[in-house]
Write a protein that binds this ligand. Structure first.
Ligand SMILES: [Zn+2]
Length: 209
């Protein structure tokens, strides 16, 4: 009996290791060396090896649908989630937020203090600032092929600057714009972390004003 239990334990362990190996094989090579919070590791991987953020809209036959059905398109935030978004649930991992909220935003945030994207956990926002192919590449424009017929708002900072930041704060207000989008007005930050090309940057590095 004892042997059998040990056998089962070993089998389970080997299985976990092989699942881990499979995950690492599937993970996009660009993400090697970027610290991945556990909550990010719990997200499923897309076909091209990126963790699928909680906000991503899934599509089946070109129509937005339920999570897990069809394929996710990171360009579009899920309509329902965007509409329901509040300050209690992380935009990236979907888990509960604490008092501290982290907003990923282009450098114009310093001037405007306004952002449309809901908040996330600090370390998950940092992961996004380092890992998102769009945020990390200032020359990249959103791929506008295969846009769905539905009127969905593309997830894009239109200015798409060289530098993005993670604005960490406990002070903000949220209001509703047309189309169900929320507008967040940010108060003074606890800290602002800057990123350029996926790497941490000094506050003034690569930042056009
Ligand atoms: Zn999170």
């Amino acid at each position: 009996m004892k042997t059998r239990v040990i056998g089962l334990t070993i089998t389970a362990k080997v299985q976990r290791q092989s699942e881990k190996g499979d995950y690492e094989r599937r993970l996009h090579k660009r993400l090697n060396g970027i610290a991945m919070p556990d909550a990010i590791k719990r997200l499923p991987l897309s076909e091209d090896g990126y963790p699928i953020p909680w906000f991503a809209q899934w599509f089946l036959d070109g129509k937005p649908g339920a999570v897990g059905v069809g394929k996710p398109d990171f360009r579009f935030p899920d309509r329902q989630k965007r509409y329901q978004s509040n300050d209690t649930q992380c935009w990236i991992c979907g888990e509960r937020l604490g008092e501290e909220k982290a907003f990923v935003a282009g450098s114009s945030i310093v001037r405007t203090r306004m952002v449309h994207e809901p908040p996330s956990h600090r370390e998950r926002a940092i992961f996004a600032a380092k890992a998102s192919p769009f945020i990390c590449n200032p020359k990249m424009r959103r791929n506008r092929t295969n846009l769905p017929a539905e009127d969905l708002i593309i997830n894009e900072d239109v200015s798409h600057p060289d530098t993005y930041c993670v604005w960490v704060t406990r002070r903000f207000t949220a209001s509703r714009c047309s189309g169900g989008r929320k507008l967040w007005r940010l108060g003074d930050p606890d800290v602002v972390l800057w990123f350029s090309g996926g790497k941490e940057a000094k506050p003034n590095e690569g930042r056009g004003t």
